[in-house]
Design a protein around this ligand. Sequence first.
Ligand code: AMP
Ligand code: MG
Length: 483
Amino acid sequence: MSIGWRFDNTYSKLPKSFLSNTSPTPVKSPEIKILNKKLVEELGLNFSNINNKNVSALFSGNSLPEGSKAIAQAYAGHQFGHFTMLGDGRAILIGEHISKNNERFDIQFKGSGKTPFSRNGDGRAALGPMLREYIVSEAMHALNIPTTRSLAVVKTGEEVVREDILQGAILTRVASSHLRVGTFQYITARQNEDELKTLVNYTINRHFPNIKTSKNQAVDLLKVIMEKQIDLVTNWMRVGFIHGVMNTDNMTISGETIDYGPCAFMDLYDPQTVFSSIDQLGRYAYFNQPSITKWNLARFAECLVPLIDKDKDKAIDIATETINTFEKKYEKRWLNMMRDKLGLFGDDVKDQVLILDLLTWMHQNKVDYTNTFCFLMNEKIRDIKIYQDENFLIWKKRWNERILLNNGTYEKCLNLMKSVNPLVIPRNHLVEEALLEANNNDLTLFNKLIKILEKPYQNQKNILDYQSPPPLGDKKYQTFCGT
Ligand code: AMP
Ligand code: MG
């Protein structure tokens, strides 16, 4: 019985400048560490008749499936505000697989060796960070947040040299595409309008066929991508996710979260939270994420200028006007998202103040963001002493009164809250514990964590063990890029 791959590699047929034909560099002794059975099923694949050795060879790139076409994609990016020509330096796209629902997915190896875009890098990745991407991306998916997925992690049997010597690994990433804002920036930097048109057409055909017939495709493309990105960042804010490296090369056109390098979840509510060791100015802090999204969209709009209007000034005016609708749209979306988190129906003029007062209280009292909503939903959590605070009780009284407006009932309120407030998130200290064990060849904690995170909105056995923040908060928790 065959595995079920159905490759159709449209990206590889784009002009030569978009990519480089590059194969994975074989690895010494690949060993499959985890295969995502649910995703395998969703993709219409079947590995049950393939032994571990062959599965390991497949997901390490040592043997490529029939119909695949290995390439590295070219892209550029603003990294912490500075423009650089980049490209897949340690990732190789093996093709687009058509799933059983006829959806198209990029299948990409991360850590599979050098490419012409590797610059000074070794093209490799380490086991810990690849397993970390697996945990967090799958958790994001379960939280109903658009994201790239993780299909498999293979240990390569080779060492990678970072500050320490680490075990090498390859992650298989699945994405609705790997088109990024940076892909557009790369093509724009080449100043070839035909190539830009090719990229816009490709993007519209692949992701937004409903704007194929629109009068001004470039403006409409900007608008739909803005909607997708507003939706994405609002979702991040909802669960306290901090991406950590929102460079334009890490912002997808599809609106999926990508690149789980230095990301982390906030425990104690603090809008300035930053975990990434290299983000010293807090450019990508929790509360800056919406304005950075807008900044990145403005870089995307700049790429589209030549196609928006022949008259450059007019084109810039249209692009600017479109980008300047961001704040109003985002604020509205954010407010509604927070209303949902508090189970509030309809609009009330005092909603914003009510919401901000709760956030300010959490901030001032160093209270856990996720658990506060659990407490409000009457879920059992361990540390509840803080919720006897007088200011909180006064706030809660106002909230209770608001719930009943616009035909709201406590029951309806609770149901709404339960649909958007996770009971568990990938807590940093638990992720680290699981990775530490996994690095020592024991996946027990890793598998338990994955299982709990599969159903973040449901009460599960032993859930309390996964809900508490670390004893002293995680102010000192640090994440790293380029791992
Ligand atoms: P990231 O910070 O993961 O978004 O990566 C930024 C750029 O650096 C991308 O073009 C990556 O492909 C490249 N890169 C990161 N790590 C490596 C590595 N070990 N070898 C080669 N290129 C890398
Ligand atoms: Mg990246």
